[in-house]
Design a protein around this ligand. Structure first.
Ligand code: ATP
Length: 441
């Protein structure tokens, strides 16, 4: 099977997972909208992440900070000074590239002898130039330099500047973590590969505050926990996942050690999540810029210190692309496309179909929908042949079909159909409920 990004994009549009932004105006660069199935899938992924972080860890709590924050935060964090990509342009064909993606030898590359990967012209490449990736905006009525604010390029800083307040309200002892899900914005110059790199996206970040010296152990723990999330919760095939360690020259300005979880996308292995040891870089800088003491007081040992921070930083949209790519399956034997989404995250858990549109079957099917819908998302469908209805839901990733026929009217049993195998069993409604519910745990 030739799994291409184009096929996934097309299915996403057709079925209502993801649309390009502002479609009727011809689109808007590197922004995407999530349709009826996409928003359910995105919410499910985010909810499982949230549950995994907060409910499953007594020492991790949540936060929801603003997108707009005091502009000094971005000076302190280094984003105003450092947050940019080096770009090169081909003067011949006008293509633009991230210089670090064209060469591993950024510093010493001879750009005037470089061959453009697109048009093949040599000697037309500009030297790298830096572009700041933060979106600027004006706050208040007056447009002067004092009114400039930024749309946050990461959610992490909102956690750092609130960490003392959170610790004060919860009395948590180190090690503890703060989790947040929210929008982030980066004016990416090169946006490609569908929702992989966009200008507006969502991050799911957890910042884990440790005692300096315990940071390496925490890094190991979080690497293991995070990769398991992809296989055990999202159902991603483990052979399509790997770790990539950042070498010294790849490390971000704040990091002591960094690992990426990479997925084998149709366009190659690429980062989905970063796990970084940010040391006390951010808290130290916020102390300096705000003049506030951000040290943690360890009562037991009567000592004060700035914690080290291990961050797990995932893009919700990239995670969604990961599960879409991983679950896309062309079942050539049966001429159908199936999104083999794990039932836990599938947008719709079951389609409920009356076999025919008469003899009281639709009414009965509606009653069954009413029984199931308090438990999970179900869809009622009476449109078209039963086979067509099933195939439509295979493309939507719906793991179960529940069909109501004449026998249902006699003994209350229904047919349950399994998406991947197309196997069908006769079962009581209670059994169906149990089967579906147990697949969601
Ligand atoms: P990249 O090298 O791909 O630009 P990054 O190393 O800058 O990513 P981080 O700053 O570590 O990424 O952000 C953490 C996570 O946020 C990434 O692993 C990714 O999942 C997500 N992310 C970052 N930038 C984007 C973007 N422009 N669009 C979608 N997701 C993004």
């Amino acid at each position: 099977m030739n799994k291409t990004i184009e096929k996934i994009v097309s299915l996403c549009k057709q079925r209502g997972f993801v649309y390009q932004s502002s479609d009727i105006y011809g689109g808007f660069g590197a922004v995407y909208d999530y349709g009826p199935l996409g928003v359910e899938l995105k919410n499910n992924i985010a909810n499982y992440w949230w549950k995994e972080m907060t409910r499953n860890h007594e020492n991790i709590v949540g936060l929801d900070s603003g997108i707009l924050m005091h502009p000094k935060i971005w000076e302190a964090s280094g984003h105003i000074g450092e947050f940019h990509d080096p770009l090169v342009d081909c003067k011949q064909c006008k293509s633009r590239y991230r210089a670090d993606e064209l060469t591993e030898n950024l510093e010493n590359e001879e750009w005037d002898k470089f061959k453009c990967p697109k048009c093949g012209t040599t000697g037309k490449m500009t030297p790298p130039r830096q572009f700041n990736l933060m979106f600027k905006t004006e706050v208040g009525a007056l447009e002067d330099s004092g009114s400039t604010a930024y749309l946050r390029p990461e959610t992490a800083q909102g956690i750092y500047v609130n960490y003392k307040l959170v610790q004060g309200s919860t009395r948590m002892k180190i090690p503890f973590g703060i989790a947040q899900i929210g929008k982030a914005f980066r004016n990416e110059i090169i946006a490609r590969n569908f929702i992989f790199r966009t200008r507006e996206f969502e991050q799911m970040e957890m910042q884990y505050f440790t005692k300096p010296g315990d940071d390496d152990k925490a890094m190991e723990e979080w690497k293991e926990k995070r990769i398991k999330f992809y296989t055990n919760i999202l159902g991603v095939a483990s052979e399509n996942l790997r770790f990539h360690k950042h070498e010294k020259n790849e490390l971000a300005h704040y990091a002591k050690e960094a690992w990426d979880i990479e997925y084998n996308f149709p366009f190659g292995w690429s980062e989905v999540e970063g796990i970084h040891n940010r040391t006390d870089f951010d808290l130290k800088n916020h102390e300096n810029h705000s003049g506030k003491n951000l040290k943690y007081f360890d009562q037991e040992n009567n000592e004060r210190y700035l914690p080290y921070i291990i961050e797990t930083s995932a893009g919700l949209n990239r995670m969604l692309l990961t599960v879409l790519a991983d679950s896309y399956w062309e079942d050539t034997e049966n001429s159908r496309i199936v999104m083999k989404l794990d039932p836990k995250i599938a947008p719709i858990k079951a389609v409920v179909c009356p076999l025919v549109k008469k003899d009281g079957l639709p009414e009965k099917a509606r009653l069954i929908v009413d029984t199931l819908k308090p438990h999970f998302n179900v869809l009622y469908d009476q449109q078209g042949s039963i086979g067509k209805r099933y195939y439509r839901q295979d493309e939507a990733g719906t793991p179960y079909g529940v069909t109501i026929d004449h026998q249902t009217m006699d003994d209350g049993t229904v047919t349950i159909r399994y998406r991947d195998t197309q196997k069908q069993d006769r079962a009581s409604l209670e059994n169906v409920l149990n089967i579906i519910q147990s697949s969601l745990l």
